[in-house]
Design a protein around this ligand. Structure first.
Ligand code: SF4
Length: 380
């Protein structure tokens, strides 16, 4: 039996507003509906009443979306005022705000600084004009450069999202993006392969033959190139999609990957108490209406057994390059790794997909490339 988890020291707040919905995006958000901002603040204030009056002392606070920076400097100040004493980042907390490069004005930078934001995650996606058009983004490469040039001198840690396998993108194009990201001097890079989510404009265009997906071998080559180039430039590849300069790992995401509990607020936001993951209603307007009517605003409730939680811990652990330390896994989960998933580990090691030094199991690069196909062996 594992012990009860400690209270959350991390919180996520979902801000569901964007100027425009990018063609590939299926996130919880409303585009072009700034008329709903006041109602969102009212609903968020009500949801924050779930937090005991003493408030939550936080080591990490993450504002994601949607596009939190779309609220502008005044909106950001209003948001932190709403948190009040309920969400209280500690002195050395990591406080992240996701931003669209177009929103990073001097006013926004000043507000973020005043509010104790330490880290800005920039949805750049590419530094190539044609790729940004192909991705249906509303900004250009120079907007990304300008944003970084405002944020780095102001002392923020900057994370840049890059996308691979965009329509028409070549391997050489990905190489140029990676080199450009390194040249910008950002401390953290997240690299994601475009996924064709059901119900998105891109998926409809692909079905009609108007957009063509990159082949699997090109996708893999792009991913391997990202690892090679960023590692050569001094970034540590610390999770499947994430690269950081020494000391610049995202502490908030490490909470998720360590399976520590976290709180979450806003439409579609998922919280975890160590056993149960509860996801708020994914419809932005439905969430607002339900919260303000005093109704049940949860969408999915995923209550895991002790064993299911341990199996999930295996998956998130192996997505990290540090892998799984047997002793730490046992201490955290109450389960012996080999009793739980020994046969799967032995199969992966035999196939060259994982390494095992007796203390620690890690996926090899070959394993990382097919990692999504491995998890069925563990979660079944
Ligand atoms: S800016 Fe980000 S959250 Fe908003 S629509 Fe585009 S991809 Fe989705």
């Amino acid at each position: 039996m594992s012990t009860l988890p400690p209270p959350p020291r991390s919180a996520y707040v979902h801000v569901p507003f964007c100027r425009h919905r990018c063609g590939y995006c299926d996130f919880t958000l409303v585009a072009g509906r700034d008329d709903l901002v006041d109602r969102y603040f009212a609903a968020l204030g009500r949801e924050l009443e779930r937090v005991p009056p003493a408030g939550l002392g936080l080591d990490t606070l993450y504002l994601g979306g949607g596009t939190p920076s779309h609220l502008g400097a005044a909106g950001l100040r209003r948001l932190f005022a709403l948190f009040g004493a309920r969400l209280r980042p500690a002195a050395a907390a990591e406080v992240t705000v996701e931003a669209n490069p177009l929103d990073v004005t001097d006013d926004l930078v000043a507000a973020a600084h005043d509010l104790g934001v330490t880290r800005v995650s920039l949805g750049g996606q590419s530094l190539d004009a044609a790729t940004l058009v192909a991705l249906d983004r509303d900004h250009g490469p120079d907007d990304v450069r300008r944003a970084v040039d405002r944020l780095l001198p102001a002392g923020f840690t900057v994370s840049l999202d890059l996308m691979t396998a965009a329509p028409g993108q070549s391997l050489a194009g990905v190489e140029r993006d990676l080199d450009a990201a390194v040249a910008l001097g950002v401390q953290h890079v997240s690299v994601y392969c475009l996924t064709w989510e059901k119900g998105t404009a891109f998926e409809g265009l692909r079905r009609r033959g108007a957009l063509v997906a990159a082949g699997e071998s090109l996708e893999r080559a792009m991913f391997e190139t990202a690892i090679d180039r960023l590692e050569a430039a001094g970034y540590e590849h610390y999770e499947v999609s994430n690269f950081a300069r020494p000391g610049a790992r995202c502490r908030h995401n490490e909470t998720y990957w360590d399976c520590r509990p976290w709180e979450a607020f806003g439409p579609g936001a998922a919280r975890f108490d160590g056993r149960t993951r509860t996801t708020n209603h994914r419809g932005t307007i439905a969430w607002m209406n339900k919260v303000l009517a005093g109704g049940d605003f949860s969408g999915d409730v995923d209550a895991m057994t002790d064993e299911q939680a341990a199996r999930e811990r295996v998956v998130v652990g192996l997505r990290r390059r540090d892998g799984l330390d047997r002793a730490a896994f046992h201490a955290a989960s109450g389960h012996a790794l080999d009793a739980l998933v020994g046969p799967a580990i032995r199969r992966w090691v035999a196939a060259g997909l994982a390494s095992d030094d007796g203390d620690r199991v890690r996926l090899t690069r070959a394993g990382l490339l097919v990692s999504d196909a491995l998890w069925g062996d563990v979660l079944a």
